[in-house]
Design a protein around this ligand. Sequence first.
Ligand code: ATP
Ligand code: RIB
Length: 314
Amino acid sequence: MIPKKPRILVVSSANMDFIQHTDRAPYPGETVMGTSYDYLPGGKGANSAIALTFLGAECIFCARVGADSNGQRLRTIYREAGIDSRFIFMERKAPTGLASVIVDNKTGQNQIIVFPGANSYLSPVDVEEAFTSLPDCVLLQFEIPDKAVIAATEYAAEKGIPVIIDAGPARADYPLNKLYPCEIFSPNETELETYTGIAPKNTESCLRAAIRLASMVEAKYYVIKMGSRGVFYYDGKYYNIIPAHDVDVVDTTAAGDIFTAALAAEYMRTGDIMRAVRYANIAGAISVTRAGALNSVPTERDIAEFIENRGIKL
Ligand code: ATP
Ligand code: RIB
């Protein structure tokens, strides 16, 4: 039976983002002047967790934050957003994760350095505990220890729970072969290149990269996030290209996290993968028109208005 309001367990990262805007990002060895800065909640997991609640899913978030003011602030924000925060553990050995985000005012593109801090301590035991929340689906990213991710895929496989993996950040030596089979595997274009060694420049190279990826990690669907080029879909038999929507880009930070959350929410609601991809493509497009990570998350209503204004058929 397809759950109307799916319960989605996010096992992933929580960060504070230190964001600097600049008219031009510095070259190595160069200093440039910034135009503004902000401290805003971020982290791939938290961005997706908030997006899930905004998009009408129930979200349980399993993460680790430090015993510090950032950790406290983040927990309050998650609770206020309606996230089930019972499995957000406090870590005394490390501070809350911090991401330094540089945003180029002209292109909206970002450069990010993540200091993982407390995220590095998320363990298979934490994950096992979070599974007592009885989720309908599990959403994972790679900003936490490999063993926690692998354990989550194992527990989900034992229980027959579908797993959706947002495969970033990528490392060439990531142990993809240790993951249990998942429902959807979703890297972005640079992550796809890191895993497969193939740059997805055009349809032909995208398909070659997707086929190679499918030989490395078992999934029902592969959904490649291609930024302003939209989405490349592959299911082992067919591929499809879904062009991006034409929008004014302000800041691309968290577009991928929001895209994957929307994909998970709509897929779990409908069981229709192509509909879910189109829905996520809209969520991603709206998010890049807004600054910040959590601040750029669209609501169900924003998506409905976008669909209506542009006459889109999902
Ligand atoms: P991030 O790492 O910044 O969170 P990402 O690199 O993982 O993002 P992207 O591929 O940049 O993910 O973006 C995710 C999705 O958001 C795209 O597949 C597309 O649907 C949408 N999107 C991103 N950039 C644009 C854009 N310039 N115009 C329209 N849609 C966009
Ligand atoms: O995907 C964007 C996120 O990556 C930021 O919020 C930052 O915290 C890093 O995790």
